[in-house]
Structures are given as C-alpha cells and as structure tokens.
Write a protein that binds this ligand. Structure first.
Ligand code: ARG
Length: 282
C-alpha cells in the first residue's frame, strides 16, 4: 500500500534524434522590399542588405554545423524574394514539383528554381499546372502532406501534389493575412509532431489539426508574430527566430533543442528561417 504514497513519476521527456538533411538556399544578394504582397512588407521601411546577407550566412553556417548539406542556388537580379527558397518547389523522394507563383512580381522565380532542379540529379522534375508556392504551403509529415490555401496556393495544386507524389494531402484553410503561407503558422518537428498557431486557421482546419495531431505544440500569437513557427527542424534541433521565447521554452520541455537565429532584415519581407530553406528529400 505504501506505493500509493509515493509521488507520481515525472513524465519522461521524449528522446529526440536528428536526421541529416539536404537543404537548398539562395543568398539575399538582390534582396529589397520594392513591392508589398503581404502585410509584413512596408515600402517605407529601409532594409539593410549587408546585414541581411550576414544573417543569412549565420543561418547557413548553423545548418552546416549541425551536419546538414546545403546547396546554394545563384540569385537573380530583379528577384528580391528569391532568397525565400522554400517557395521554389516541393521535393519528395527525389522527385521535384516546380512552383507557380501567385503574384506577377515573383513569377520568374518558378523557372529559375526549376532549372536548378533539372541540374540537381533528381529522379524527375515536373512543372506544376496550378498556382502553388512550394514548401511555403506544402509541409511533409512522414507520409502525409499538409497543404495551405487561402492566400497563395490554390486547392487544385493540393490535388496535383496528391496525384504526383501519391501521398495523402490534407487541405488547410489559412484565414489571417499575416500568416499567408502555411509555413508561417505551422512547423513540422518530426515524423509525428507539429507545432502550430490555431488562430491562423479556419475553424474546420483547426478541428482537422486537433484530430490528426492531438499532441501538437500549440504556439501563441506572440510566437507566431515573431515568425517563430517559420522554423526548420531535423527531428532534434529546431532553428527558429530568436524572438519566439515561449515557443523555445516549450520545445525544450518536449525534448527538442531550439536554436534561435536573428533574421530581422528578411522578416521585413515576411520571412524567417524556414522561408529561406527548401528541403531536398532523396
Ligand atoms: N515576400 C515573400 C512573399 O510574400 C515572402 C515569402 C516567405 N516565404 C515563405 N515560405 N513563407 O511571397
């Protein structure tokens, strides 16, 4: 009977493990805010391009120090948002689908990234039919693809991804213009865990996320507003905006290793760590 008097054992923190990744990044050589296609972009706010480049380089070095491979695509003049490599496409099992950008200002990035895929020794490269902004709106959780719509990627592209990759695609409706891409409101932490900000999603989509991921990390508005969910996880290490303080604490409590980075200049265009990073899955 004495067992009943013993304190309950503390819930064990799960053991997390990292898996080596291959990322594609694009240096912000020609970065500027010269048009406004999301609420973060303020034409009156000056951008320090030299600082943007230094911050981007710290991000690249962070991945290298974690043991990941980083490929770099050559930036093109006149495409200031090309630094946001996540939007360049979707690559799963060595097969790439190109992006088709919603706004005219970014249209030329589609062919630029497609040309990189063509030369990357992948199994196949497919030009998309429907408007889609790559990993900005498509996030892979094990053998499931979570897909955002509402601002950029159209539902037709969700069906296109399902058909092309033969993976079930879960459509999620984004409702807050500040979180215009899925990767600004939801992070994939590992094969079965996500973190997200419920306020960015329609009621039905929130319910879908609750059903699929009852153990998800729930981020608050402050974390989301710091673009903390625009994070890159290798299963253990989570690289994210240093401003997402509460989220970092929660990740630590869940057994992850959050690594804060300062991407203040790129945030002026509405992007953070994940936006700068496209995963090339073999
Ligand atoms: N200025 C860019 C745009 O509005 C930012 C893209 C951020 N990328 C991302 N994966 N969320 O298109």
């Amino acid at each position: 009977m004495t067992a009943l008097l013993l304190p309950a054992p503390a819930a064990a923190t799960p053991q997390r493990s990292a898996r080596g990744r291959r990322y594609l990044m694009c240096p912000p050589t020609y970065f500027e805010v010269s048009y406004a296609i999301n609420p973060w972009m303020d034409l009156n706010c000056a951008v320090d391009v030299a600082l943007a480049n230094r911050q981007w380089e710290v991000l690249r070095q962070t991945y290298l120090a974690l043991g990941h491979d980083v490929d770099v695509i050559t930036p093109e003049p006149g495409l200031p948002d090309m630094v946001f490599a996540a939007n360049g496409g979707l690559v799963i099992e060595g097969r790439a689908m190109g992006a088709r950008f919603a706004y005219e200002e970014r249209h030329a990035e589609g062919p630029a990234y497609l040309a990189w895929f063509e030369g990357a020794g992948l199994k196949s490269v497919t030009d998309a039919v429907h408007v889609n902004e790559g990993e900005g709106d498509f996030l892979v959780v094990d053998d499931l693809v979570l897909a955002g719509t509402g601002f950029r990627t159209v539902p037709g592209a969700h069906a296109e991804v399902q058909e092309l990759f033969g993976m079930p695609v879960i459509s999620l409706e984004l409702i807050d213009p500040r979180f215009y891409h899925l990767d600004t409101a939801l992070t994939v932490l590992d094969e079965r865990t996500i973190a997200y900000y419920p306020g960015a999603f329609s009621e039905g989509s929130r319910e879908v996320l609750r059903r699929l991921f009852p153990d998800a990390v729930i981020a608050d508005h402050e974390d989301a507003a710091a673009l903390g969910l625009n994070a890159v996880s290798d299963g253990l290490n989570v690289v994210l905006s240093h401003g997402a303080v509460a989220l970092m604490d929660e990740l630590r409590a869940r057994g992850y290793n959050p690594i804060g980075v300062d991407l203040s200049e790129l945030t002026k265009a509405g992007g953070s760590a994940k936006c700068c990073t496209l995963e090339i899955r073999a």
